[in-house]
Design a protein around this ligand. Structure first.
Ligand code: SF4
Ligand code: SF4
Length: 317
């Protein structure tokens, strides 16, 4: 039994199970115009795993049935899927709240003109990675030129009201540059707001802090720098039992580009589909079973329970 399985059982006095399906996260493909150092799904311009329209049609039937609080679209750079806009429009037609995880720099890729206006027209909530307000730190994680493009993209969004009007949400995501836990989310948000305003006159809604998972490219970096054991100890020693109640996997499912279902995007990256008897592909979708499924957990889950906790929506506790 993994250490995390043991720990969560000790605290909860039972297996970790889901409570509902309030968020449906859809990963529409692994192609990305960037190849960031910390990318847990190892997306890049070379990846050709892309969700087809027929899989999207099945997802539209599922979202109709679930009526989730939010459909959260991610990738790769989701905008690089040729069916992306069609999916967004169809979800909005069904009446869903839709969030897109954009990397911002994609706004300047060929064929992407008008993307900010598309988002504004369809009232899409946006989440974008911005791991620091300092250029050198962003460049180290996300590659040369990405910082400036991100700032320019935020300017375009601000001009349309994003990050300035309460109903046009543009959230930024911070993750540490190395093997440490994120600082306090609210304090860091104040620093980001001040610095980005002073430097570029740009605004955003909320800052989300996310702990780096010891998987994918980040794990490779830890191994190369001989920091892996140190990082595992940091996560395990900072285990916070209060985070278990609100782990994101307890209220969501994550659907991969090929229709396989996971408890979260991290389990997707580790190829750990939904298990313990619940169906793990959208072709066998069964809401009743998914609502009360046992979640697939292992030691990487310490990344979600360290300190204030971590989820796709930021700190937990
Ligand atoms: S922008 Fe996002 S999806 Fe693309 S490589 Fe970076 S972290 Fe991965
Ligand atoms: S990694 Fe996924 S399954 Fe594990 S605790 Fe975090 S959200 Fe839940």
């Amino acid at each position: 039994m993994s250490e995390f399985v043991q720990k969560s059982k000790e605290v909860l006095q039972q297996e970790l199970t889901s409570k509902s399906v309030e968020i449906v996260q859809v990963n529409v493909g692994l192609r990305c115009n960037q190849q960031c150092r910390h990318c847990h799904v190892s997306a890049s311009p070379q990846r050709d795993e892309i969700m087809t329209w027929s899989t999207m049609e099945r997802i539209l039937a599922i979202t109709q049935e679930i009526q989730p609080k939010q459909v959260d679209i991610t990738g790769g750079a989701p905008e690089l899927n040729v069916h992306f806009k069609k999916l967004v429009v169809a979800l909005k037609k069904q009446g869903h709240a839709v969030q897109v995880r954009t990397n911002l720099s994609v706004f300047f890729e060929p064929g992407m003109a008008g993307l900010p206006e598309f988002y504004a027209k369809h009232n899409i909530q946006l989440v974008a990675s911005m791991p620091c307000y300092l250029e050198e730190n962003v460049t180290a994680q996300r590659g040369p030129g990405v910082y400036r493009k991100s700032v320019d993209a935020i300017k375009l969004l601000n001009a349309l009201g994003y990050g300035r009007n309460a109903e046009q949400v543009l959230n930024l995501v911070y993750n540490p540059g190395g093997p440490s836990l994120p600082p306090d989310q609210k304090n860091l948000e104040k620093d980001y707001k001040r610095e980005l305003k002073e430097r570029f006159e740009i605004d955003f809604s909320n800052l989300i802090t996310i702990t780096n998972m010891p998987i994918g490219k980040f794990l490779t970096t830890l191994q190369k720098t001989e920091k892996e054991q140190e990082y595992w100890s940091l996560l395990k020693n900072a285990f916070n039992p209060l985070t278990l109640e609100n782990l994101m996997c307890r209220n969501q499912i994550s659907i991969a580009w090929d229709g396989t279902m996971y408890d979260c995007d991290f389990n997707y990256a580790l190829n750990l589909p939904v298990n313990h008897g619940a169906p793990n592909h959208i072709k066998d979708f069964d809401l009743a079973q998914l609502k009360n499924r046992e979640i697939v957990i292992a030691d990487h889950c310490f990344g979600c329970t360290a300190g204030c906790g971590s989820s796709c929506a930021g700190a937990i506790a």
